[in-house]
Design a protein around this ligand. Structure first.
Ligand code: FAD
Length: 388
């Protein structure tokens, strides 16, 4: 297989990340999966090696790398059979904090995040009643003197139990009073340590894969007014930067998954002999693997273009959304082909195929579902009427 042309040479990063991942083999993930436990040792190893501070500028103690490097890190983690979902939010939320946070907020939090003393892993956007319709969210933040008082609920706030800080989107002006539905929302960097048990309650949700997602309840939760990021009421715009980064980084994870599945499929199809020949000699076995590989390579190009535009500060909603769509489809096609190639063994836990299959299924739904990406492309790229 050809190596993709590099925009810049990230081969050293990929090599080092792969070495780190080799310390966390399938058995490690299988054990955690059975217990739905958090990969603490893996996250510590990534933090100690500086990877989770990849996007933090050097002036604040980070590595000062770009989004393409962060994508290479997450892709490699997934291609090596590990899972970046335990910690990827620290990378994609950086866009919002770096571009819109105040100097005081950056000085206060970024060096500690870079050193691993603080974890910024929780992203509180989705709510049970609003779902994908983000601007209908009901969590409110009301200014009272030097504080904001937060009331409401979030759902699917991943890693909330394993994070110190949360980037929270809440309404600061009722939707009816806002000029546009995207106005009146604000972003807060919440120090959860100060409010846990004092207005903040976290309840884990057991899911089909090990993802550490939670429901989060805010009941008269009082946070300092300087938790606000940027200007009040402009939070939806700020969060979009983070969402584009999130879509590109998740797409990179899907590329990594697709590579892992394909490598597994090829190895098994070469070795497994049925009817006196390797099953991989049959076109019926080869073609789904080859098709998924082609899909992955095309998606990889879109991820690169999206990262390049994000880093250049250019609009990248089109590329970020399409990268997510194409990469999630490629990883799902590769996962399907892998289970099918393995026959019965595709269902046996010790092969890790069924675990990765469950894990990669998520990306058809989160962080944005396939339908909503298609709606975005139809409306914002092709100029078709808004469908919802
Ligand atoms: C494991 C997991 C982790 C997550 N982590 C986080 C997190 O850390 N932070 C966070 O804020 N959120 C998180 N999410 C939430 C995730 O982003 C949402 O689940 C996702 O955006 C879909 O929203 P929903 O579940 O409310 O589905 P809904 O909005 O209820 O949609 C349900 C289905 O209907 C379809 N649909 C809805 N409206 C339309 C339409 N107009 N046209 C066509 N189809 C439509 C959708 O495509 C979807 O398939 C996570 C979710 C999961 C499952």
């Amino acid at each position: 297989m050809d190596q993709p042309l590099q925009m810049h040479d990230d081969s050293a990063i990929r090599e080092e990340v792969a070495k780190l991942c080799a310390r966390f083999p399938g058995e490690y993930w299988r054990t955690l999966d059975a217990k739905r436990a958090y990969p603490t040792e893996f996250v510590h190893a990534l933090t100690d090696a500086g990877y989770l501070a990849a996007l933090i500028p050097e002036a604040y103690g980070g590595a000062g790398l770009g989004l393409a490097d962060a994508a290479a890190i997450l892709e490699t983690i997934h291609a090596e059979g590990c899972n970046g979902a335990a910690c990827h939010a620290q990378m994609y939320m950086m866009g919002t904090v770096l571009r819109h946070g105040s100097e005081a907020q950056k000085q206060r939090f970024l060096p500690q995040i870079a050193s691993g003393e603080l974890r910024l892993q929780a992203f509180g956007v989705t709510e049970p009643t609003s779902g994908t319709d983000t601007t209908s969210l009901r969590t409110t933040a009301r200014r009272e003197g030097d504080t904001y008082v937060v009331d409401g609920q979030k759902i699917w706030t991943s890693r909330a139990e394993h994070s110190d800080l949360m980037l929270l989107l809440a309404r600061t002006m009722p939707r009816e009073q806002a000029a546009k539905r995207t106005d009146g929302l604000s972003v807060f960097l919440v120090d959860m340590r100060a409010v846990l048990g004092h207005g903040l309650t976290i309840r884990p949700i057991r899911t089909m894969m090990n993802h550490n997602s939670c429901e989060v309840f805010f009941d008269n939760m009082r946070i300092p007014a300087d938790s606000l990021i940027g200007e009040e009421g402009r939070g939806f715009r700020y969060i979009l930067d983070g969402m584009n980064a999130e879509r590109l980084l998740i797409a990179a994870e899907c590329i990594g998954d697709a590579k892992w599945f394909t490598a597994k499929s090829v190895a098994y199809a070469r070795d497994r002999v049925v009817f006196g020949r390797p099953i991989g000699q049959n076109q019926g076995v080869q073609f789904p693997i080859a098709r998924a590989y082609a899909q992955m390579r095309a998606a990889e190009l879109m991820v690169r273009e999206g990262c390049e535009r994000f880093e250049a500060g250019l609009p990248c909603g089109e590329q970020a959304n399409m990268a997510k769509l194409l990469a999630a489809d490629a990883s799902w096609a590769a996962a399907e082909a892998c289970v099918q190639t393995h026959g019965g063994f595709g269902f046996a836990e010790e092969y890790d195929v069924e675990r990765k299959y469950r894990e990669t299924r998520l990306y058809q739904v989160a962080p944005i579902s396939t339908n909503l990406v298609l709606s975005y492309v139809a409306e914002h790229v092709l100029g078709l009427p808004r469908s919802y």
